[in-house]
Design a protein around this ligand. Structure first.
Ligand code: PLP
Length: 361
């Protein structure tokens, strides 16, 4: 059987065509999937010209042909989203809060002076892509999901620093595996001395520029055997803001759910969902406020949250050469475990979702 990990090398060696390459995916070993680019069957593509988005189409072509003067290439005029589609026990397909991704994309686009797809166009594009790539949705119970990557980029002939004359809105998808194979495990993180975003900058927008700035600190952290780095608030460097490209949360000894509040924190939809579930399902008090790096002793558990990993339990955080361990470096704490079970249960349809969270494809 061809595993997904070696199928690209295999395809190259065997000199298969793109179509034959796609056929090989029929042999996907769902439990071996990671988070890797895979060319799936169809992606959605819509162009904005003369003040409006066109109808949008599905295409097999995964290569964009754009002007060398595109603002996305020179001035970082682009934004993206990430969301997942889940196969349920009854065979139906769940999209998790796609309206929230649409709204966030509209805010990101506004910040970068780009036109945004309407919520309706956004959700319709996601549904079309999921349907056209249904065979790539990992089966119920495999722990995997179909990850959707919507993005908007400024394109067209241009050289001056100004908004682009044309735009592309596209959505593609890849099957992804469970983030933690063999169960959730705590990870250690290290405080970075770099900033991810500036006050009044673009920290709250999901834009590539923030990610470009995070590549070097992230790679340094990984070289030192940490899962990623943690960014402090750019103004005072005393408060936790983001965990790499995920949001931070922690549980106090009094069972309060605490998560940073700052204009340079990306308003994650996993974070938002955990806030609501912590309150309504676990009965925890929620505090959106400062998480001082000097007061980590206030917390008995901590985690990072985002669409890709759902929840990454934080074992310890290294700051000024000292590792502060929360619950354990080996085991996941009980509150983080319950939050994880509740959220993944809601996403896969096993647990009743709050009103409006699930959109059936
Ligand atoms: C996307 C993202 C998150 C997580 O957001 P979700 O909507 O939960 O996936 C957190 N931080 C940053 C910087 C992000 O880009």
């Amino acid at each position: 059987m061809i595993t997904l990990k070696n199928q690209r090398t295999y395809a190259r060696r065997s000199g298969r065509s793109a179509i034959e390459d796609v056929m090989a995916y029929e042999n996907i070993e769902w439990d071996k999937l990671g988070f890797d680019y895979i060319k799936t069957d169809q992606r959605y593509l819509s162009h904005w010209r003369d003040g409006e988005w066109d109808q949008g189409t599905l295409t097999e072509d995964n290569v964009l042909h754009i002007s060398e003067g595109s603002t996305a290439l020179h001035y970082g005029q682009q934004c993206f989203e990430g969301l997942k589609a889940y196969r349920c026990k009854d065979g139906s397909i769940n999209l998790f809060r796609p309206d929230q991704n649409a709204l966030r994309m509209q805010r990101s686009c506004a910040r970068l002076l780009m036109p945004a797809p309407s919520t309706e166009q956004f959700i319709e594009a996601c549904k079309q892509v999921v349907k056209a790539n249904e065979r790539f949705i990992p089966p119920y119970g495999s722990g995997g999901a179909l990850y959707l990557r919507p993005f908007v980029i400024g394109v067209g002939d241009n050289i001056g620093v100004r908004t682009a004359p044309e735009f592309i809105f596209s959505v593609f998808c890849i099957p992804v595996g469970p983030y933690f194979k063999g169960g959730m495990k705590p990870n250690n993180f290290v405080i970075s001395s770099y900033d991810r975003a500036a006050p009044q900058g673009t920290g709250a927008a999901k834009v590539g520029g923030n990610y470009a700035a995070s590549l070097m600190p992230g790679s340094q952290a990984k070289k030192n055997n940490f899962a990623d780095c943690i960014y402090l608030d750019p103004q005072t460097h005393t408060k936790i803001e983001e965990v790499g490209s995920a949001n931070f949360f922690a549980i106090t000894h009094n069972d309060e759910f605490v998560t940073p509040k700052s204009p340079s924190v990306l308003p994650g939809i996993t974070r938002l969902s955990l806030i609501e579930l912590a309150q309504s399902r676990l009965g925890l008090k929620v505090i959106e406020g400062d998480v001082l790096i000097d007061n980590l002793g206030d917390f008995k558990e901590a985690g990072a949250c985002g669409t890709a990993a759902v929840i990454t339990p934080i074992g310890g955080i290294e700051y000024n050469g000292k590792l502060h361990v929360f619950y354990s470096e080996k085991e996941v704490g009980p509150v983080v475990s319950r939050l994880y079970a509740e959220l993944t249960g809601v996403q896969s349809g096993d647990i009743e979702a709050p009103q409006g969270w699930i959109v059936k494809v």
